[in-house]
Ligand binder design. Structure first.
Ligand SMILES: O=C(O)CCC(=O)C(=O)O
Ligand SMILES: [Fe+2]
Length: 1000
């Protein structure tokens, strides 16, 4: 198999001449048509001598036929480069079917020796490979050689050789025997193709023979006719008796007859063969899906542009089972009499704030609701309530455990807030409402304990208007679920309250983070995704929520989504992979079900701000991928445009369409090894989590930094950008660019942002202020503050310059100010001013403002090096003269510089540590940024560009860099940064106050 590139691939981007010529020569040998007909397709392996498997006659025909796989590779990837698009020290192996090259490393075949490598005859890449039904099939099915590692490859290759040899022997012995698929070493499909090939060869051979025979017969016939027409005399003349002539004619006629019989028997034999092939086909255990119209030529096969079909059925909303009752549980005499008495005494002494129909008092986490009069300055839970709170929390835990019995690691929401209502007299009431504030944890129940006068609470089902009354006797507890609040309102009707005093103690879990809670409903691909900020959590504390299991679309429970701000749906692959889903209309029906579920969710949870729908991820199964395409198409072209508040997971599309990410994805689909067609492994799940997190985050925070919505950002993978940006400290990614305009914008935006967004803004502000304060330590910045800068007009670089970089003109100004007045000399100025002004208009302006200062300075410099007095000269300054003057002026105003002394600043060296096996930590990154007076973002970008990797600042202010780097690498980059952006050795910026740096 040395015809493949038989040396490790260096840089796939710039293939070596050998790589190129090898690939080109192959291309010349076979077409890369997406549909490779078994009869026309010829493997390159059979063409080059080194590509041929010894004694194998079937190498070129045992490739499964799947147009999508080929076209997928064709349109998505450069066939000559591995889809990873990365430079790797690895062999390149090409797929026998689609001709896509892959690094052996990328297809986990690394470690191959040249010998092994040369043995590979027929290998199918992850795009083209369709897994056999069972492990047993795989071991026998050597014709479909896609292996996850070198060992299996060797084994399979060996099996292939054996099976090929066996097939050859069988075909020689008896072609008909091959029709029995069960005992054949070859798969049934393979057998068919073998026979077809044999038939073709036989057919050709037979037809040539027959043609020869027919020609001969024709010649004989003509000859015979000629002889007959010449008559017996002529025959006689040639010494043949008439009798013998007749005999001869009879013999010839017999021979012709025999030949005809042979011809018909050959034809019959061929027909027999054809029939056996037909019978084999009819017993094919894998019927093919009805053919579909071909995709538009330039469309992306994974995410095609045009929908081909709209759903067959309408989207009527079926009846939604609410499964909600207003009061989920009641406990009579929940309080002991003594406990109740004590509480009554306590509350009698408290001062309640009047609200509509009753008065209130809050403890613990502040609970704010429409019409609430309580301030956010709420007293903590008083000691007297603490035992009660503990009991309530126990009840809450029990409820939670019973709700999620199979998820014991989940922490139940902690009840942390108590709102006490006081009803005094028969005039009191409680307006109709529902406790559906987003600050209430979606999993929190609402516990109400009644004290004193009993009364009835009325519940009304909002949709139907059905009312029910719930009696609340003294010392009793009733529990409402947070979800029931989406369905029912409750109230104490006016006039229903008896005389007397009633206290109701309502307990809830208030969680501000749950203001933006997310409910993720998904199939097994969400298995690795976890909410929570603990170690297992993939979404982090910025995205609180709950995950619900829905292997199929029918399992999506709209009730579970109630009370969450965001709903993310990742489901459908198990539906469309069902065998009964065979054509586009079946897929459309699945899509319709999804649409119905979304409608139900929105109906039940009007509080839900958005439903995010994840498109289906491509799989390793190409037939399934066509259905995935159809499903995704419908989501994109029907669901998104038609359903308001249905959003797609940003980046998911890129994830699916982007070449690199798609390749990355295909490599992640191997959670259970080579037979897993669908599942992401942990790494893939992390990418998925990032994309979901980012979308929800952006939606929640008003689309902060939408610019980043590309598959690749600054050469970094989407996921890493997401990670960086969503990280608690990386949150300031946008602001780390240190764009001064942010400050302004933030101020404008602040009132409309959600709480976490406001926090981010505050963080950003803090950082901006901190940096500004740092900069104030330097005289430069003070001046800058005075300088009126229209920050809106500044571009990033300029902004950076204004905030941190040295501006010689500014410095001058300041010093000038200090020195100007006392030393004023009576020197001619106008020429200097004008000349200088011509040189640099900005300077001119400044000079005009501070004429006296410049008078002084320029007065000193009106002599050129040759001693000419410029004031008396008519000629203009030359550029060199002006430059020299400027430098002299700088020297003059910077005595250190003039004396040739360099101020030495000593800084800490970067602390470089290994972070896990694949990352490097630059531990004192932020500290060094501060010392440099450069924004972390700026420094980070430089580092990432220099190191050619990605990274992010984590919660410990360390820069985590992907890849392994040594101390000297980081030091080198840091020195370069300092040279380029700090000390000004190169003209990016100059900063005269930092001259020489050295490590401790
Ligand atoms: O007093 C009650 O029983 C109900 C109180 C209530 O609904 C509330 O505080 O939100
Ligand atoms: Fe309430």
């Amino acid at each position: 198999m040395s015809g493949r590139i038989n040396k490790p691939a260096g840089k796939p981007q710039t293939p070596s001449p050998l790589v190129k010529s090898s690939a080109q020569s192959k291309r010349g040998l076979n077409t890369r048509s997406p549909v490779l007909s078994p009869t026309t397709y010829k493997s390159p392996h059979s063409a080059g001598k080194s590509l041929k498997l010894k004694d194998s006659s079937i190498t070129s025909i045992d490739v499964l036929d799947s147009p999508t796989g080929s076209s997928l590779c064709r349109s998505l990837f450069d066939l000559e480069k591995c889809p990873c698009n990365l430079s790797q020290e690895s062999w390149l192996i090409d797929c026998s079917k689609c001709r896509q090259y892959w690094h052996t490393k990328c297809v986990t075949l690394d470690g191959l020796s040249k010998k092994d490598y040369n043995k590979i005859v027929n290998w199918l890449c992850p795009f083209c490979y369709t897994a056999p039904v069972s492990t047993a099939d795989f071991s026998n099915d050597a014709s479909c050689l896609t292996c996850r590692n070198t060992k299996t490859l060797r084994d399979a290759n060996h099996a292939f050789e054996v099976s090929a040899a066996a097939a050859k022997i069988k075909s020689v012995i008896n072609i008909g025997d091959i029709s029995g698929p069960s005992d054949s070493l070859l798969s049934q499909e393979n057998s068919i193709r073998c026979i077809e090939s044999e038939m073709k060869q036989m057919n050709e051979a037979c037809q040539t023979d027959i043609r020869k025979l027919i020609n001969e017969v024709c010649q004989l016939k003509t000859e015979l006719t000629n002889l007959s027409s010449t008559g017996p005399d002529t025959l006689h003349a040639s010494h043949h008796s008439s009798e013998s002539t007749e005999q001869l004619l009879a013999t010839i006629s017999c021979k012709i007859e025999a030949l005809s019989i042979n011809e018909s028997s050959i034809t019959a034999g061929l027909n027999e063969l054809k029939q056996s092939v037909a019978s084999l086909r009819s017993t094919d255990p894998h019927p093919t899906v009805p053919s579909r119209p071909p995709l538009p030529p330039d469309s992306n096969p994974i995410f095609p542009v045009h929908p081909t079909r709209v759903p067959r059925t309408g989207c009527e909303i079926p009846h939604v089972p609410h499964r909600q009752i207003p009061v989920s549980d009641t406990k009579h005499e929940f309080l002991e009499q003594t406990e109740a008495n004590e509480l009554k005494v306590f509350f009698d002494s408290c001062s309640f704030k009047p609200e509509s129909g009753h008065s209130v008092m809050s403890f613990g986490s502040p609970y704010q609701y429409t019409g609430s009069k309580s301030s956010s300055n709420v007293p903590p839970i008083p000691d007297i309530l603490k035992p009660l709170l503990e009991r309530i929390n126990n009840v809450q835990s029990e409820l939670y455990r019973s709700l999620y019995p199979d998820q014991p690691f989940l922490t139940p929401p902690e009840i942390n807030s108590c709102l006490v209502n006081k009803y005094q007299g028969s005039d009191s009431f409680l307006p109709r409402h529902a406790d559906r504030e987003m600050t209430i944890h979606p999993e929190s129940s609402i516990f109400t304990i009644s004290l004193g006068q009993s009364c009835d609470v009325t519940f009304t089902e909002r949709e139907s208007g059905t009312e029910s009354s719930h009696p609340c006797p003294d010392r009793s507890l009733y529990i409402m679920s947070r979800r029931s609040q989406e369905v029912f309102d409750h109230e104490i009707e006016k006039g229903s309250m008896p005389a007397g005093t009633r206290y109701s103690l309502t307990f809830r879990c208030i969680s501000w983070t749950h203001n933006n809670s997310t409910c993720l409903i998904g199939d097994s691909n969400t298995r690795f995704l976890r909410f929570g900020s603990n170690k297992r959590g993939t979404f982090g504390e910025q995205m609180p929520g709950q995950k619900f299991w829905a292997p199929k679309l029918k399992d999506i429970d709209p009730v579970s989504c109630m009370g969450y701000s965001n709903v993310v749906l990742l489901c459908g692959i198990n539906d469309i992979k069902e065998s009964q889903i065979q054509c586009e209309s079946d897929v459309a029906d699945c899509y319709t079900l999804l649409k119905q579920k979304i409608k139900q969710i929105k109906l039940l949870s009007p509080c839900t701000k958005a439903v995010f729908v994840c498109q289906l991820l491509p799989t390793k199964d190409l037939t399934l991928n066509r259905k995935v395409n159809d499903f995704n198409r419908l989501i994109h072209f029907d669901l998104f445009p038609s359903c308001k508040d249905v959003e797609y997971v940003e980046g998911f599309r890129q994830f699916v369409c982007n070449r690199v990410l798609a390749a990355e994805l295909s490599m992640h689909l191997d959670r259970h090894g080579r037979f897993d067609m669908l599942h992401l492994n942990r790494a893939g799940a992390r990418v998925l989590a990032s994309l979901i997190k980012q979308s929800v985050f952006l939606r929640v925070h008003g689309g902060v930094d939408k610019r980043r919505h590309t598959g690749r950002v600054n050469g970094r993978l989407y996921s890493s950008v997401v990670e960086a940006r969503l990280h608690p400290s990386g949150m300031v990614d946008g602001c780390q660019e240190f764009d001064p305009t942010l400050k302004k914008k933030k101020k404008k935006k602040a009132p409309v942002l959600d709480e976490p967004a406001a926090e981010i803004i505050n963080d950003m502000k803090k950082e901006t202020d901190e940096l500004a304060n740092d900069l104030e330590d330097f005289s430069l910045t003070k001046k800058k503050k005075k300088k009126p800068v229209n920050i809106e007009e500044l571009d990033n670089d300029k902004a950076l310059e204004d905030l941190g970089e040295f501006d010689p003109t500014m410095k001058k100004k300041k010093k000038k100010k200090k020195e100007a007045v006392p030393d004023g000399e009576d020197l001619p100025l106008d020429n200097d001013l004008n000349d200088f002004g011509d040189f640099d208009p900005t300077l001119k302006k400044k000079k005009k403002k501070k004429t006296t200062i410049l008078d002084d300075e320029l007065g000193d410099d009106t002599m050129d090096s040759s001693g000419d007095t410029w004031v008396t000269s008519e000629r203009d300054y030359t550029y060199e003269e002006l430059l020299k003057r400027a430098v002299d002026m700088m020297r003059d105003k910077n005595p250190d510089m003039q004396a040739g002394e360099k101020k030495k600043y000593v800084m800490k060296p970067p602390q470089v540590l290994r972070h896990g096996s694949k990352k490097t930590s630059f531990a004192n990154f932020l500290e060094i940024c501060k010392m440099l007076h450069r924004t972390p973002k700026h420094v980070q970008d430089f580092f990432m560009a220099e190191l050619g990797t990605s990274g992010s600042v984590d919660g410990y202010n360390q820069l985590l860099i992907k890849g392994r780097f040594q101390q000297k690498n980081i030091e080198g980059v840091l020195k370069r940064y300092i040279r380029e952006y700090v000390t000004g050795d190169v003209p990016h910026s100059i900063n005269s106050f930092i001259r020489v740096w050295g490590w401790h």
